[in-house]
Design a protein around this ligand. Structure first.
Ligand code: ARG
Length: 564
């Protein structure tokens, strides 16, 4: 059920009947006394027509047919429409069921994409989990999602690493700590001219496709990728080896990119480098900025690879949409690359290319999140700590629990807490990483939602309820029931908005509101102590809440547990 879409259609039909132009601007009501949904579009439409907004709102109301949807529609203030939904309409919602899109599209979701020269660190967390959530939702709606893990697996650093790997014959235990391996290789590189020389040759060998060099490279990549896969598995992220298409995959196509830009007369040589100058990109001083696609030594750049990737994604993969989850500092890069691709005809389907930027993860001091000694925080260590903290909390709450059970719970709760803390913030802003807040059972946190879920399960257990035998739908009667039903029915509106804008925090906010409404409902409407129809109706609402929580958390890649 799409409440917003349905209300929008009806209200805009009334606009049309009155020759008004404009969008209905329907949203969830900002306060309960404004009903469940409100439409804010009348004022602008009236203004455009040079009419009195309140009078127009009253006319819209007269032309508006919401009989089957709303129990009440009112004009408020200068011309808002406040809408209260009817229990019979809400009863038609299928709890936690994802509405399938009428227009499936092919969507490339580019996320995670760590640099394989080093180990994954906290800087990769946001792209990995935000991208994964958006991919899951689009897929759930019936779109064809193609995940692309555009890993950094090519470039000069690899010459250094391969040479070091060959020299030391490093075995897998030494490569268990990639960060340490990188440091050691770099130290050698900085200290030893001969090593430096051989590292440069190794890069040339790689570029030229020398089989021996490629073999060592592949060995390194496989080890590094297996580190990443362990993190993905722990995080419950859906990426697998099939989704990897790293920078190296485009290597052979880069000369073609340059030749095609040349043929389109888009290239200008500047200081020996090949550049594309587009008028819309100017420095503060007003100089047109170059997009460098080939260095004077012939080497290619990050942008060149992204141009090749756009052609592949829109041409070969046939994407209608490509979403890029990277940190906000890459905003200019993507603007430029998208513009060059359009100009050069590389965006084959005229696909929608969308950069989905995110802010930084900060420490409690408001500076980028670091270890105590100022180093980068490895993702693996962060997840260890999350699990330990959550397990300790579980043991504190359930001292009798077997150790293995506590650890299993601690994993789901700890990982869920870290993910949710990130996903619940608007991705465009920075956020402060705070262990105590994220692992708390109160407020907009994963433990709060997981706990809400277990509480419903324990109601069923206490009442010995055969959940499968409950009807799937019911008509609410009490106001607290109806308010809960409104939240349950809003699920698909939320997913729609999330998929359109790539904003997982909308789903988090939705689930938090749902759980909060459940708490109010549970206080106002006794379940197990009531009888007959009332009891059944409330059990159905409880079950619908649980299903929606579970499905919603599932889209965030967060598990539920039966006890906490
Ligand atoms: N490897 C890059 C980084 O670590 C992210 C790649 C994002 N995707 C892309 N198509 N450029 O910053």
């Amino acid at each position: 059920m799409h409440i917003r879409q349905t209300l929008t259609q009806r209200i805009e039909a009334a606009f049309a009947a009155l020759d008004l132009e404009g969008a209905a601007l329907v949203q969830s009501a900002s306060r309960p006394e404004h009903g469940d949904y409100q439409a804010n579009g009348v004022m602008a439409a009236a203004k455009r027509a040079g009419l009195n907004p309140r009078e127009v709102a009253i006319e819209v109301l007269e032309h508006l047919d919401l009989q089957d949807i709303a129990s009440n529609v009112e004009v408020a203030g200068p011309g808002f429409l406040n809408i209260t939904l009817a229990p019979t309409y809400l009863a038609q919602a299928e709890a936690g069921v994802v509405a399938q899109t009428a227009q499936p599209s092919t969507v490339v979701v580019d996320y995670s994409a760590p640099n394989l020269a080093k180990e994954m660190h906290v800087g990769h967390l946001r792209s990995t989990i935000i991208g994964d959530c958006v991919a899951r939702v689009l897929e759930g709606q019936g779109h064809r999602v193609i995940r692309q893990n555009h890993v950094g697996d090519w470039g000069t650093q690899f010459g250094m690493l391969l040479t070091y790997l060959q020299d030391t014959g490093a075995n897998s235990t030494e490569l268990a700590d990639l960060e340490e391996f990188y440091r050691a290789a770099k130290q050698q590189f900085d200290a030893d001219d001969n090593f430096q020389q051989r590292s440069r040759q190794a890069v040339v060998g790689l570029q030229a496709g020398d089989p021996a060099a490629l073999e060592v490279w592949q060995r390194f990549i496989d080890i590094s990728m297996s580190h990443c896969q362990q993190i993905y598995d722990r995080l419950g992220v859906t990426l697998s080896s099939a989704d990897i298409r790293g920078e190296s995959a485009y290597n052979d196509d880069l000369p073609n990119v340059i030749a095609d830009l040349q043929a389109k007369q888009l290239l200008t040589e500047s200081d020996g480098a090949q550049c594309v100058f587009l008028d819309e990109f100017k420095s503060k001083k007003g100089d047109v900025l170059p997009v460098i696609v080939q260095k004077s030594d012939g080497g290619y750049l990050y942008a060149t690879t992204d141009l090749a990737a756009i052609r592949y994604r829109t041409g070969t993969l046939n994407a209608n949409r490509a979403l890029y989850f990277t940190d906000a500092r890459q905003a200019l890069h993507f603007k430029q690359v998208f513009a060059v691709a359009d100009r050069a005809g590389f965006n084959v389907n005229a696909a929608s290319l969308e950069h989905m930027p995110f802010g930084a993860m900060l420490g409690s001091d408001g500076k980028p999140f670091k270890t105590r000694s100022g180093g980068v925080v490895k993702l693996a260590e962060l997840l260890d700590e999350a699990e330990q903290r959550a397990t300790a909390l579980v043991i504190e709450k359930n001292p009798d629990l077997a150790e293995a059970d506590a650890a299993a719970l601690g994993r789901v709760i700890g990982i869920g807490a870290v993910k949710y803390a990130d996903l619940s913030k608007n991705r465009t802003s920075d956020y402060v990483f705070d262990w105590d807040q994220m692992i708390s059972f109160e407020g907009n946190t994963a433990p709060y939602l997981q706990y809400a879920y277990t509480r419903i399960q324990s109601i069923f257990a206490r009442g010995e309820i055969d959940v499968a035998a409950l009807p799937s739908q019911t008509v609410s009667v009490d106001e607290a029931e109806r308010l809960l039903a409104v939240a349950i029915a809003g699920f698909n509106d939320t997913l729609e908005a999330l998929a359109a804008d790539g904003l997982p925090h909308l789903l988090c906010g939705y689930l938090f509101d749902l759980a909060t409404r459940f708490t109010h409902f549970y206080e106002a409407c006794p379940i197990l102590s009531s009888t007959g129809e009332v009891r059944e109706r409330r059990l159905v609402l409880a079950q619908q809440t649980a299903q929606t929580l579970k499905q919603g958390l599932g889209f965030l890649g967060i598990g539920v547990v039966d006890r906490m």
